[in-house]
Design a protein around this ligand. Structure first.
Ligand code: DC
Length: 230
Protein backbone atom coordinates (compact mmCIF):
# COMPACT_ATOMS: atom_id res chain seq x y z
CA UNK A 1 0.00 0.00 0.00
CA UNK A 2 1.34 3.43 -0.90
CA UNK A 3 2.21 5.56 2.09
CA UNK A 4 1.64 9.31 1.82
CA UNK A 5 3.44 12.09 3.61
CA UNK A 6 2.32 15.67 4.14
CA UNK A 7 4.71 18.17 5.74
CA UNK A 8 3.21 21.20 7.47
CA UNK A 9 5.67 23.81 8.72
CA UNK A 10 5.18 27.29 10.07
CA UNK A 11 5.60 29.60 13.05
CA UNK A 12 3.95 28.97 16.41
CA UNK A 13 0.25 29.75 16.69
CA UNK A 14 -0.51 29.47 12.96
CA UNK A 15 -2.93 26.64 13.77
CA UNK A 16 -0.70 23.84 12.51
CA UNK A 17 -1.60 21.22 15.09
CA UNK A 18 -5.37 21.77 15.11
CA UNK A 19 -5.54 21.84 11.32
CA UNK A 20 -3.13 18.93 10.82
CA UNK A 21 -4.98 16.79 13.36
CA UNK A 22 -8.34 17.44 11.67
CA UNK A 23 -6.93 16.74 8.20
CA UNK A 24 -5.23 13.54 9.38
CA UNK A 25 -8.51 12.29 10.84
CA UNK A 26 -10.34 13.06 7.61
CA UNK A 27 -7.93 11.06 5.43
CA UNK A 28 -7.06 8.35 7.96
CA UNK A 29 -3.42 9.43 8.22
CA UNK A 30 -1.35 9.50 11.40
CA UNK A 31 -0.86 13.00 12.80
CA UNK A 32 2.68 13.53 14.13
CA UNK A 33 3.21 16.66 16.24
CA UNK A 34 7.01 16.98 16.20
CA UNK A 35 6.94 20.11 18.42
CA UNK A 36 5.76 17.80 21.23
CA UNK A 37 8.99 15.80 20.92
CA UNK A 38 11.14 18.95 21.27
CA UNK A 39 8.94 20.04 24.16
CA UNK A 40 9.55 16.70 25.89
CA UNK A 41 13.32 17.22 25.64
CA UNK A 42 12.76 20.78 26.96
CA UNK A 43 10.79 19.42 29.91
CA UNK A 44 13.55 16.93 30.71
CA UNK A 45 16.14 19.74 30.62
CA UNK A 46 13.99 21.91 32.88
CA UNK A 47 13.50 19.07 35.38
CA UNK A 48 17.20 18.28 35.37
CA UNK A 49 17.92 21.91 36.28
CA UNK A 50 19.98 22.49 33.14
CA UNK A 51 20.80 26.14 32.44
CA UNK A 52 19.30 27.49 29.21
CA UNK A 53 21.78 27.31 26.36
CA UNK A 54 23.94 24.67 28.11
CA UNK A 55 24.50 22.45 25.10
CA UNK A 56 26.90 20.07 26.84
CA UNK A 57 24.47 19.39 29.66
CA UNK A 58 21.58 18.75 27.23
CA UNK A 59 23.77 16.48 25.09
CA UNK A 60 24.73 14.49 28.20
CA UNK A 61 21.06 14.17 29.09
CA UNK A 62 19.92 12.80 25.69
CA UNK A 63 21.04 9.15 26.12
CA UNK A 64 19.11 8.99 29.40
CA UNK A 65 15.83 9.98 27.77
CA UNK A 66 13.30 7.46 26.55
CA UNK A 67 10.86 9.52 24.49
CA UNK A 68 7.92 7.91 22.75
CA UNK A 69 4.60 8.84 21.22
CA UNK A 70 1.37 6.93 21.72
CA UNK A 71 -2.01 7.18 20.05
CA UNK A 72 -5.37 6.65 21.71
CA UNK A 73 -8.37 5.23 19.86
CA UNK A 74 -9.40 8.85 19.17
CA UNK A 75 -6.11 9.31 17.29
CA UNK A 76 -4.91 11.90 19.80
CA UNK A 77 -1.13 11.88 20.26
CA UNK A 78 0.26 11.43 23.78
CA UNK A 79 3.89 12.08 24.66
CA UNK A 80 5.84 9.91 27.08
CA UNK A 81 9.09 10.67 28.89
CA UNK A 82 10.66 7.62 30.50
CA UNK A 83 7.24 5.99 30.64
CA UNK A 84 5.45 9.00 32.15
CA UNK A 85 2.63 10.66 30.18
CA UNK A 86 3.82 14.28 29.94
CA UNK A 87 1.26 15.44 27.34
CA UNK A 88 -0.10 18.18 29.61
CA UNK A 89 3.17 19.09 31.35
CA UNK A 90 4.80 20.09 28.04
CA UNK A 91 2.09 22.68 27.23
CA UNK A 92 3.15 25.52 29.52
CA UNK A 93 4.77 28.83 28.42
CA UNK A 94 7.99 27.87 30.30
CA UNK A 95 8.30 24.65 28.32
CA UNK A 96 7.55 26.51 25.04
CA UNK A 97 10.60 28.63 25.72
CA UNK A 98 12.68 25.59 26.81
CA UNK A 99 11.68 23.70 23.65
CA UNK A 100 12.85 26.56 21.47
CA UNK A 101 16.15 26.62 23.38
CA UNK A 102 16.92 22.89 23.04
CA UNK A 103 15.65 22.74 19.45
CA UNK A 104 18.45 25.08 18.36
CA UNK A 105 21.03 22.45 19.41
CA UNK A 106 22.22 20.27 16.49
CA UNK A 107 22.76 17.28 18.85
CA UNK A 108 19.11 17.36 19.83
CA UNK A 109 17.92 17.64 16.22
CA UNK A 110 20.15 14.75 15.09
CA UNK A 111 18.90 12.58 17.93
CA UNK A 112 15.23 13.16 17.03
CA UNK A 113 15.56 12.90 13.25
CA UNK A 114 15.41 9.09 12.99
CA UNK A 115 12.43 8.86 15.28
CA UNK A 116 10.47 11.23 13.03
CA UNK A 117 11.49 9.56 9.77
CA UNK A 118 10.70 6.10 11.16
CA UNK A 119 7.08 7.13 11.68
CA UNK A 120 6.75 8.18 8.04
CA UNK A 121 8.20 4.84 6.92
CA UNK A 122 5.45 2.94 8.74
CA UNK A 123 2.38 5.15 8.26
CA UNK A 124 0.81 7.72 5.97
CA UNK A 125 1.50 10.85 7.98
CA UNK A 126 0.70 14.49 8.34
CA UNK A 127 3.68 15.79 10.25
CA UNK A 128 3.93 19.32 11.57
CA UNK A 129 6.94 21.28 12.79
CA UNK A 130 9.52 23.76 11.54
CA UNK A 131 11.83 21.70 9.32
CA UNK A 132 9.63 18.84 8.13
CA UNK A 133 9.57 19.84 4.45
CA UNK A 134 13.16 21.07 4.43
CA UNK A 135 14.99 18.38 6.46
CA UNK A 136 12.89 15.56 7.93
CA UNK A 137 10.80 14.66 4.85
CA UNK A 138 12.29 16.57 1.90
CA UNK A 139 10.49 14.18 -0.47
CA UNK A 140 7.06 14.67 1.11
CA UNK A 141 4.15 14.32 -1.33
CA UNK A 142 2.90 17.74 -0.26
CA UNK A 143 4.58 20.54 1.68
CA UNK A 144 2.54 23.31 3.24
CA UNK A 145 3.86 26.45 4.92
CA UNK A 146 1.08 27.50 7.28
CA UNK A 147 1.29 31.03 8.59
CA UNK A 148 -0.72 33.99 9.93
CA UNK A 149 0.07 37.51 11.14
CA UNK A 150 1.90 37.74 14.49
CA UNK A 151 -1.07 39.53 16.12
CA UNK A 152 -3.47 36.90 14.94
CA UNK A 153 -1.29 34.07 16.19
CA UNK A 154 -0.76 35.75 19.58
CA UNK A 155 -4.51 36.22 20.09
CA UNK A 156 -5.20 32.59 19.21
CA UNK A 157 -2.52 31.42 21.65
CA UNK A 158 -3.93 33.70 24.38
CA UNK A 159 -7.40 32.22 23.92
CA UNK A 160 -6.01 28.68 23.91
CA UNK A 161 -4.07 29.26 27.15
CA UNK A 162 -7.12 30.88 28.73
CA UNK A 163 -9.26 27.86 27.86
CA UNK A 164 -6.79 25.77 29.83
CA UNK A 165 -6.89 28.13 32.83
CA UNK A 166 -3.53 29.79 32.10
CA UNK A 167 -3.86 33.57 32.01
CA UNK A 168 -1.29 35.67 30.17
CA UNK A 169 -1.58 39.11 28.57
CA UNK A 170 -1.81 39.56 24.81
CA UNK A 171 1.26 41.89 24.88
CA UNK A 172 3.41 39.38 26.75
CA UNK A 173 2.38 36.51 24.45
CA UNK A 174 3.05 38.62 21.34
CA UNK A 175 6.56 39.57 22.48
CA UNK A 176 7.37 36.03 23.71
CA UNK A 177 6.07 34.53 20.44
CA UNK A 178 8.06 37.01 18.33
CA UNK A 179 11.20 36.19 20.35
CA UNK A 180 10.64 32.46 19.82
CA UNK A 181 9.92 32.93 16.08
CA UNK A 182 13.17 34.88 15.71
CA UNK A 183 15.10 32.20 17.58
CA UNK A 184 13.52 29.39 15.50
CA UNK A 185 14.14 31.23 12.20
CA UNK A 186 17.66 32.50 12.87
CA UNK A 187 19.24 29.37 14.33
CA UNK A 188 21.93 27.64 12.29
CA UNK A 189 20.48 24.13 12.67
CA UNK A 190 17.41 23.48 10.49
CA UNK A 191 15.80 26.93 10.89
CA UNK A 192 12.14 27.61 10.24
CA UNK A 193 11.97 28.30 6.53
CA UNK A 194 9.61 27.91 3.57
CA UNK A 195 10.75 24.58 2.10
CA UNK A 196 11.37 24.32 -1.62
CA UNK A 197 8.11 23.47 -3.36
CA UNK A 198 5.95 24.37 -0.36
CA UNK A 199 2.52 25.92 -0.82
CA UNK A 200 1.96 28.86 1.55
CA UNK A 201 -1.41 29.04 3.31
CA UNK A 202 -2.05 32.26 5.30
CA UNK A 203 -4.81 31.69 7.84
CA UNK A 204 -5.00 35.31 9.15
CA UNK A 205 -8.38 35.97 7.59
CA UNK A 206 -9.66 32.38 7.63
CA UNK A 207 -11.78 30.74 10.31
CA UNK A 208 -10.59 27.42 11.67
CA UNK A 209 -13.08 25.53 9.48
CA UNK A 210 -11.99 27.45 6.39
CA UNK A 211 -8.32 26.74 7.18
CA UNK A 212 -9.06 23.02 7.55
CA UNK A 213 -10.94 23.04 4.23
CA UNK A 214 -8.06 24.84 2.49
CA UNK A 215 -5.53 22.26 3.71
CA UNK A 216 -7.81 19.28 2.96
CA UNK A 217 -8.44 20.55 -0.59
CA UNK A 218 -4.70 20.76 -1.18
CA UNK A 219 -4.24 17.21 0.10
CA UNK A 220 -7.05 15.85 -2.10
CA UNK A 221 -5.71 17.62 -5.18
CA UNK A 222 -2.01 16.88 -4.77
CA UNK A 223 -2.24 13.33 -3.46
CA UNK A 224 -5.37 12.32 -5.34
CA UNK A 225 -6.87 10.86 -2.15
CA UNK A 226 -10.45 11.01 -0.95
CA UNK A 227 -11.64 11.69 2.61
CA UNK A 228 -12.74 8.63 4.62
CA UNK A 229 -16.48 8.01 4.62
CA UNK A 230 -18.56 9.27 7.54
O1 DC B 1 5.22 23.68 17.50
P1 DC B 1 5.63 23.87 18.96
O2 DC B 1 5.35 25.26 19.48
O3 DC B 1 5.05 22.83 19.85
O4 DC B 1 7.23 23.67 18.96
C1 DC B 1 7.99 23.86 20.13
C2 DC B 1 9.39 24.33 19.76
O5 DC B 1 10.09 23.27 19.10
C3 DC B 1 9.43 25.54 18.82
O6 DC B 1 10.06 26.64 19.45
C4 DC B 1 10.26 25.12 17.64
C5 DC B 1 10.75 23.74 17.95
N1 DC B 1 10.52 22.81 16.85
C6 DC B 1 11.52 22.63 15.94
O7 DC B 1 12.56 23.28 16.05
N2 DC B 1 11.38 21.74 14.92
C7 DC B 1 10.24 21.04 14.78
N3 DC B 1 10.13 20.17 13.77
C8 DC B 1 9.18 21.24 15.69
C9 DC B 1 9.33 22.15 16.71
Amino acid sequence: MKLYSVAIDGPSGAGKSTIARAAAKRFGFLYVDTGAIYRTVGLAAERAGVKKGDRDAVTALLPKLDISLGYGEDGVQRSFLNGEDVSEAIRTPEISSRASDVSAMPEVRACLLDMQRAMARKHSVIMDGRDIGSVVLPDADLKIFLTASAECRAERRRAELESRGISASFGWILSEMSRRDRQDSKRAAAPLTVAEGAVTVDTSSLSLDESIEAVCSLISEKLGVKPLEG
